[in-house]
Design a protein around this ligand. Structure first.
Ligand SMILES: *Cc1c(COP(=O)(O)O)cnc(C)c1O
Length: 381
């Protein structure tokens, strides 16, 4: 028996939780976080070329092989023409479209499936707005595990086709991801399958965290001034923030510059976190009738609301929205100015960045990183 190098504790009230089959905090209902002893600077990273290179920071038992498809280690691409178009000094795109199944969701599923397989669960179930389902279908296939994916019928066709192609059981529903989430929990209760929902399952965010490690390492162990993230459930944003906290605890990055300013981009047709931020609230109310073609942002009741709101306030960041037309326009600008095949979510991020610069909320001499979370190819019918 190998002893785990981490514990699970509530992100809000610090109540401990068991390491396997964990869900939300039994005491207050908020997401759980894995906690580790600080990893000291210069601790050797793993000698491998996927996100598990950051193994000393990850929920991995000694000698255990993760379920991997080569996720992570995505490029940080200097985009001077785009920097000029939005009016900032320096702009980098972290191109997450280069992950297995074309989105950053691969990172979370690699970590979550690794832990679920170790726990011996009979199968996996996930509610998804699209990319999480495609990623889980791929990692379940890699782990030889059974999986059910529940997705809105309106999910872009190439994503549904990928889920199907990986051999997952695909259930198409008429509602949104919130409806799919309720069905996933009901199915988990009746079948014994384990539900891998955003931030309800605690290890997905551990995989997302590796975006933060890579970002800091690619910049020479420092952080940029601003990070812009197209936010739905909140896992990407929370993961990056958590990584930088852990790097600072071990002395990998300077203690006086730990976190960038976090700018959260949402679609005007589904913006629960932006609305809560503007209202000065510490949690988001559910968004009625969510509509946007940026399907990854169609999350009306994000579980990460409190964490994301706190992260923005603590870092001097903010949340803002883009209309469907602005999303289309800036998706086109992103792709044509860089050659990166941008998803609509990332057009949303760029539009919010541009508005933030124009309004003086983001400094023109800032060094900005925008996450290209998914691939445009996944959205072309
Ligand atoms: C899931 C997803 C998002 C939103 O990420 P969260 O971690 O849920 O906030 C953004 N863009 C794409 C392409 C996605 O698949």
């Amino acid at each position: 028996m190998t002893t785990a190098s981490w514990t699970l504790r509530c992100s809000a009230c610090d109540t401990p939780a068991p390491l396997e089959r964990a869900s939300l905090c039994g005491s207050c209902g908020q997401p759980l976080f894995a906690r580790y002893a600080p990893v000291a600077r210069h601790t050797p990273l793993a000698d491998r070329w996927d996100m598990w290179r950051y193994a000393p920071f990850m929920p991995l038992l000694a000698g255990e092989s993760p379920v991997t498809l080569g996720e992570g280690l995505t490029p940080l691409i200097d985009a001077p023409a785009l920097a000029q178009a939005v009016g900032v000094r320096k702009l980098w795109i972290k191109d997450e479209a280069q992950n297995p199944t074309g989105s950053f969701k691969a990172r979370g599923m690699s970590a979550a499936v690794t832990r679920a397989r170790a726990a011996g669960v009979p199968g996996l179930v996930v509610p998804t707005a699209g990319n999480a389902g495609a990623a889980l279908a791929a990692y379940a296939a890699a782990a030889e595990m059974k999986v059910r994916v529940i997705a809105p019928r309106t999910t872009p066709r190439p994503i549904l086709d990928t889920i199907d192609a990986m051999g997952a059981e695909l259930i198409r529903i008429d509602g949104h991801i919130g409806d799919a989430g309720k069905m996933a929990l009901a199915y988990a209760a009746e079948s014994g399958y384990f539900a891998i929902s955003t931030l309800r399952e605690p290890y997905r965010v551990e995989g997302m965290k590796t975006m933060g490690f890579e970002l800091a390492e690619q910049l020479g162990w420092r952080v940029p001034d601003v990070v812009v993230y197209p936010t739905g459930g909140g896992e990407g944003t929370v993961g990056i923030w958590k990584a930088l906290q852990e790097l600072a605890a071990g002395g990998w990055i300077a203690a006086d510059r730990v976190q960038p300013q976090y700018v959260v981009a949402q679609a005007a047709g589904c913006a629960p976190i932006a609305r809560a931020f503007d209202a000065g609230a510490d949690k988001a109310e559910p968004w009625v009738d969510p509509v946007t073609h940026a399907s990854g942002l169609r999350v009306p009741s994000p579980l990460g609301d409190r964490l994301v709101l706190r992260i923005m306030r603590e870092t001097g960041g903010f949340a803002a929205t883009a209309t469907e037309d602005a999303i289309r326009e800036w998706t086109r600008v992103l792709a044509t100015a860089t050659g990166i095949d941008a998803a609509p979510e990332d057009g949303c991020a760029l539009s919010v960045l541009r508005d933030g610069v124009t309004a003086g909320r983001i400094q023109r001499d800032a060094e900005v990183v925008v996450f290209n979370t998914g691939s445009g190819a996944s959205y072309r019918a």
